[in-house]
Design a protein around this ligand. Structure first.
Ligand code: SF4
Length: 354
């Protein structure tokens, strides 16, 4: 399928996120990061309030649940991370590193819709020193094994980096940890501030990529196809270990051409040195009945196909059935995409297809 990026589409860059409403926990303002965010908010004349706890934001503006959901996606809450016990994050890392919770993107299928429940607003944490101290303890406990931390389990930290700078701090912290590794995944292209950092090869930056059709139809509020691909090229040139998550892989009319175009474009963009240690993670689209109900409420016009009759039922580890593609379709997707990857990147590693 030919690219649909016309020159005018290309010219319109996905903007940095600017919240419409900001809450601060009073204690967050005792931290330099909290003060910096407050200055940023004041410079732009954004409305802000205080809240006793980042976990208890109620009464967001909006007459209906849907309007409140949309408001929440544009609401930023600046607080302290109090739980310093990290969740596990298999299979891609040992632990989830909590820099933020929630995301301004509107990907129809996003699992945060069910996992964040009634709290879809965006929380960022200013006490990064405490978070790093906890990470150091986890690293020491596992020595001499490596410990990997995933910073994008509950958010897209690149999309919030212009507000917090937390990812840059984490990359430099991890650069000094002989046994610590960082990884995160993003759908945003705002990576310029990460390019000059001292990373020591300890951070693997992955881009969530997809066929242009999937990005245009199911991922509003995120960076576009060509923006992500160009950003990946720049990250590769900055010497970071690089990876891609192709998710959700969707069966739509024209999918073979759509996915072939994705890997053609990536191959043209990536510098040779970045292709020697590339990783790919492949995840086919799946849904649960709970997710389907939420998606239909929040994105009623979505073209996302969620017909149980067309899917294979599988027992999911969250105690619910999930619906994946029948074996024949899943295998066709896996095979085609794997072939395209190795055609362009013979040294790449496919970590899993699920
Ligand atoms: Fe969810 Fe990622 Fe989309 Fe944000 S960018 S809405 S975290 S899938």
């Amino acid at each position: 399928m030919p690219s649909t990026d016309t020159p005018s589409r290309r010219a319109k860059e996905t903007a940095l996120f600017v919240p419409e409403l900001v809450y601060f926990e009073p204690a967050a303002l005792e931290y330099p990061k909290g003060q910096r965010i407050l200055d940023w908010v004041k410079e732009r004349g954004l409305p802000y309030r205080t809240t006793a706890s980042h976990n208890r934001i109620t009464n967001l503006p909006g007459d209906t649940e849907l309007e409140q959901y949309k408001t929440a996606k544009r609401t930023l809450v600046v607080g302290l991370r109090k739980t310093l016990k990290f969740d596990t994050s298999k299979p891609s890392a040992e632990y989830a590193l909590p820099l933020a919770t929630g995301c301004m993107g509107h990907c129809h299928y996003c699992y945060l819709q069910t996992t964040l429940g009634a709290k879809p607003y965006i929380r960022v944490y200013v006490n990064t020193e405490d978070i790093f101290a906890a990470a150091k303890t986890y690293i020491d406990e596992r020595a001499p094994e490596l410990t990997r931390f995933e910073a994008a389990c509950t958010s897209d930290p690149v999309g919030l980096e212009h507000l917090t700078g937390s990812l840059a701090e984490t990359i430099e912290f991890m650069a000094d940890q002989p046994l610590g590794r960082l990884r995160f995944v993003t759908k945003y292209h705002h990576i310029d501030s990460l390019l000059p950092l001292r990373h020591n090869g300890h951070t693997r930056i992955r881009f969530s990529v997809n066929a242009d059709y999937v990005i245009r139809n199911f991922e509003p509020g995120t960076s576009r196809f060509h923006e992500r691909i160009e950003a990946a090229g720049r990250i590769g040139k900055a010497g970071y270990p690089l990876g891609f998550i192709v998710a959700p892989i969707i069966w739509y009319e024209g999918w073979p051409e759509g996915y072939a175009e994705l890997f053609d474009k990536l191959a043209k963009e990536l510098p040779t040195e970045a292709t020697k240690d590339l990783t790919f993670e492949l995840i086919q689209h799946r849904f649960t009945k709970t997710a389907k109900t939420v998606i239909e409420k929040r994105y009623p016009k979505s073209k996302l196909e969620m017909d149980e009759a067309k899917r294979k039922k599988k027992w999911g580890r969250w105690g619910q059935h999930k619906y994946v593609y029948p074996d024949e379709q899943a295998e066709a997707l896996r095979e085609w995409i794997t072939e395209r990857i190795f055609e362009h990147f013979p040294q790449a590693r496919i970590e899993y297809f699920t």
